[in-house]
Every structure is written in structure tokens, then in C-alpha cells.
Design a binder for this molecule. Structure first.
Ligand code: MLT
Length: 266
């Protein structure tokens, strides 16, 4: 389904009933990465996914797509759907957006799931890599950056032995256009450091990380997770960065446990 948010068309899906849970996707993916989670969550809650601006079937306006801008798209979608408060679950870039959302609209968040993401801003070298990747996508198309990204997004074991998983991730990435990916890279390069903000998060928070995640390592993750007062850390064993795709059952169990034990009515 599509709706207008902040002057652009946003593609979203809305299923199940009960407490609203909004799943925010990673880069360079789109809402299709959440298919296994939607199946697991729809029986217990209202589950909403969306293609962020520039991704999937949403419009591709001019960038950069700052995290606060994408967070305001999430807030706009909530308003369209009549949702005042929701659990936000973001993976990687989706986690950056969820942190920005919390910073700007804390009263609209009843719980946070931050998966395979980072609180720190980019290093100067990291920013340069993003600008180079944005230029490459603009110049040579999405295919030129996808294979390199897939190697970082998955564990070595998945790359070596699970062609179905590699293929699924590639196919989802290839559904995106180069302008959107470049604009998101430029927006991520500008994202602020969220580390200080974490001490003020006062909703229940679940932090998840794949044990084989090379982009947001378990060690780095534990470092910032411990700053969030009402939080716990769940390790997704044997998963790389896209832990929800590599180990959907463990990921789903963790998120279902979190939702069903929240001190809010389902
Ligand atoms: C993602 O999975 O969303 C990206 O790895 C985020 C990033 O490039 O920092």
C-alpha cells in the first residue's frame, strides 16, 4: 500500500492486530527483508513495515536522506495510520533511524529494538568510504556496490554454504535504485553520535547483535548497550550483520519474548 508522507509516496504494509510494532530496514535493503519477522509477529501484534524514502517502492526524492528526515517519515506514517505510540525495531541503518526517532519523538515510543546497529558517528575514513560508495552507485549503478556490500552483510559461513541467503539479499538490494542508495549513504555519513543520548532512553530496549557481525561487532555493541538503563543484550548465534535473515528463528524468538513481556497491554 502507498500513502503520502512529507510530500512523497511511502510504500508500507500493515497486518495483524494489537500493539503496533514498526520494523525499519537496513541499507541497502527494503521492507522485504522483514518477511520472516512479519509472519512471526502478525499473530501477536500489529506489524508495520515500510520502504524508507529512496528504497523499494517508495519515492526517490533528492537527498541526502538524514536520519532525522527518515525518522520524520516514520512519524508521518504513524500519523497516517492513527498510531500514537509504537515499538520501533530497526536493524543497522534502521537502528540509526530508530535512535533519531527516539531523540525527536520519545513520547511516541513504547519500546525499542536496536539490532546490528551502532551508536557512534562515522569516523572520517568511514565517511570517505560512504561518499565513494555513493559516487560509485550514482556512476555505475546498484550492481556495482551490491556484491561488495553482501560480503559485509553476511557471515562467512552464509557466504560459503547458503546460496539461497546470498541470493535473497542480492535480490532485495537490486530492487533499489542508485539515487536512493547514494542519498542514504550521504545521509548516514552526516548522522550524529547517539552515544550520549542513550543514557536518557527510558523505554524498555532490546539490543540484538549477530555473533559474526563484522560491521557492528558484539564487542562494540555491548559497549553502547550498557549505557541504556532499561536494556538487555541478545546475541544471535551464528549470524552476521543481517541477523534477522540469517537466523530468523532466533531473531523472532528474541523479539517475540521482548514484546510479550513488555509492561504494556497487548
Ligand atoms: C546497514 O546494514 O544498514 C548498513 O550496514 C549501515 C551502515 O552502512 O552503517
Amino acid at each position: 500500500m502507498k500513502t503520502q508522507v512529507n510530500g512523497i509516496n511511502i510504500d508500507y504494509r500493515d497486518g495483524g492486530r494489537g500493539i503496533p510494532v514498526i520494523l525499519i530496514h537496513a541499507f541497502p535493503m527494503n521492507q522485504a527483508m522483514w518477511d520472516d519477522q512479519v509472519l512471526a509477529l502478525a499473530p501477536i501484534c500489529r506489524v508495520i513495515t515500510m520502504d524508507l524514502r529512496g528504497f523499494g517502492a517508495s519515492d526517490i526524492p533528492r537527498g541526502p536522506y538524514w536520519m532525522a528526515l527518515m525518522a520524520s517519515d516514520v512519524r508521518g506514517l504513524m500519523a497516517r495510520l492513527g498510531i500514537e505510540r509504537a515499538i520501533l525495531a530497526g536493524l543497522s541503518m534502521g537502528g540509526y533511524v530508530a535512535m533519531s526517532f527516539y531523540h525527536n519523538f520519545p513520547d511516541s515510543v513504547s519500546g525499542l529494538v536496536l539490532a546490528d546497529t551502532r551508536a557512534a558517528a562515522d569516523t572520517p575514513e568511514g565517511r570517505e568510504r560512504r561518499f565513494a560508495s555513493a559516487e560509485k552507485a550514482d556512476r555505475d549503478g546498484v550492481e556495482s556496490i551490491v556484491d561488495e556490500m553482501v560480503r559485509l552483510l553476511l557471515s562467512q559461513a552464509a557466504i560459503d554454504t547458503r546460496p539461497d541467503v546470498v541470493n535473497r539479499v542480492r535480490q532485495i538490494a537490486l530492487q533499489n535504485g542508485p539515487e536512493g542508495l547514494a542519498a542514504a549513504q550521504r545521509g548516514m555519513a552526516d548522522r550524529p553520535d547517539s552515544t550520549q543520548m542513550l543514557a536518557n532512553v527510558d523505554c524498555p530496549t532490546l539490543v540484538l547483535v549477530g555473533s559474526e557481525d563484522r560491521l557492528s561487532t558484539p564487542e562494540e555493541t555491548r559497549g553502547w548497550q550498557e549505557r541504556i538503563p532499561n536494556s538487555r543484550l541478545g546475541m544471535i548465534s551464528g549470524a552476521g550483520h543481517l541477523s534477522n535473515i540469517e537466523q530468523p528463528e532466533a531473531f523472532n524468538t528474541a523479539i517475540v519474548d521482548f514484546i510479550t513481556t513488555l509492561p504494556i497491554s497487548l
